[in-house]
Design a protein around this ligand. Structure first.
Ligand SMILES: Nc1nc2c(ncn2[C@@H]2O[C@H](COP(=O)(O)OP(=O)(O)O)[C@@H](O)[C@H]2O)c(=O)[nH]1
Ligand SMILES: [Mg+2]
Length: 358
């Protein structure tokens, strides 16, 4: 089949002509499209929407969040141990200072120092690695309550009461917890029982809108127990898996706080006898030694079943988790390393120690 043949007898070669014409058209279209793409200019507008944040994997967030604590410990330990062959009391004193500055708490630091002393039974072996290993292993022992934390109740709704002083990150953590439970395909309901400030109610409602989660709220100044009561009713009626209850953080009057928390508990138990199933105390990791006093104070007014440490991203004192665990033997349930919804995750003791002692 030659070209002349086709031209001489076009009617006998209609199929070939059609294929050829399609190929030519396709070629022209492709060249045209390429030319258009190369020359097209997309205008850049400065009023553009906010760029979407690129979600980082949790391990990176944890790594970044704990970087200040890690740097402080790393530099401190290297400064003491590098080039040293024998362990001296002076080195142990310096080590005490470094660990104390990471807010581990003085009683716990004493125990860690003792573990280093014992690990250094051979005086010629005083390497940094041996000391680090001794501190790591002993710290893991102190974090034992978190390793063996009892699983969450299977109750539906699972009722979690969130308590803590003002500004530690209760409301923000509730938003993040809601995001976490949602990611586990659980339906969540929020209760705005911090009725003290209007802003607190609104803040929770903003999280609710953002996450498409319903918030049960009353007016500012209303009885927190009444909102809690309504929220249990709503959670039961809606078949919610998890109910998270925000509370006010006034600690200046322990008597009032105790009364308020007791009333909330009593009201919750009206419909769900074993509620709240969990009572989590939120602690701001940047407040250092204050965290110890806060646990002590709240322990005396509530039946704490877990802790959440927030703002680990803003401190070099992330060692506070070790000391508080050692002293109060409470499980750390979650840790927060930033302000994004994804920045709160279940606490994994080994991951945390790996990050601060690497
Ligand atoms: N950097 C950082 N900020 C946090 C974290 N958690 C909470 N915050 C901030 O701490 C401030 C107080 O939080 P809020 O939830 O209102 O505390 P509340 O008074 O206990 O309810 C807010 O500005 C939060 O964005 C965290 O893990 N990292
Ligand atoms: Mg709040």
């Amino acid at each position: 089949m030659s070209m002349e043949n086709i031209i001489a007898n076009p009617s006998e070669h209609l199929l070939e002509i059609a294929i050829l014409a399609t190929a030519i058209l396709f070629l022209l279209f492709s060249v045209g499209w390429l030319f258009y793409r190369r020359t097209k200019v997309t205008p850049i507008t400065l009023q553009d929407e906010k760029p979407k944040p690129i979600a980082k994997p949790w391990f990176e967030r944890l790594d970044e969040g704990l970087s200040r604590t890690r740097s402080a410990l790393r530099e401190g330990l290297a400064g003491i141990f590098s080039g040293q062959k024998t362990l001296t009391q002076g080195m142990l004193d310096n080590l005490h200072e470094i660990l104390f500055r990471a807010d581990i708490g003085v009683k716990t630091v004493d125990k860690l120092i003792e573990s280093v002393r014992q690990a250094k039974a051979l005086p010629e072996d005083s390497s940094l690695d041996t000391a680090k290993k001794a501190i790591y292993n002993k710290s893991l022992e102190f974090l034992e309550p978190s390793l063996n934390a009892k699983p969450l109740s299977n109750s539906k709704p699972l009722i979690i009461l969130i308590i803590g002083v003002n500004g530690v990150g209760k409301t923000t953590s509730i938003g993040k917890l809601a995001a976490y439970f949602k990611s586990q395909n659980k339906s969540v309901l929020l209760c705005a029982a911090d009725t003290f400030r209007a802003a607190a109610i609104e803040q929770l409602q903003v999280w609710g809108e953002r996450l498409d989660v319903k918030v049960v709220a009353h007016q500012q100044g209303s009885d927190p127990a009444a909102v809690a009561y309504d929220s249990v009713k709503a959670a039961t009626a809606r078949g919610s898996d998890v109910l998270l209850i925000d509370t006010a953080g006034r600690l200046h009057n322990k008597q009032d706080l105790m009364k308020e928390l007791e009333k909330i508990k009593r009201i919750l138990a009206k419909d769900v006898p074993d509620a709240p199933h969990e009572t989590w105390l939120i602690l701001d990791a940047t407040t250092g030694q204050n965290a110890f006093q806060q646990v002590q104070a709240f322990k005396s007014v509530a039946d704490l079943s877990g802790l959440i440490f927030t703002k680990l991203d803003g401190t070099a004192k992330g060692g506070v988790l070790i000391g508080v665990s050692d002293e109060f033997k409470l499980p750390i349930r979650f840790i927060g390393v930033g302000e994004q919804a994804e920045d709160l995750r279940p606490f994994v003791a080994k991951d945390y120690l790996d990050k601060i002692f690497s």
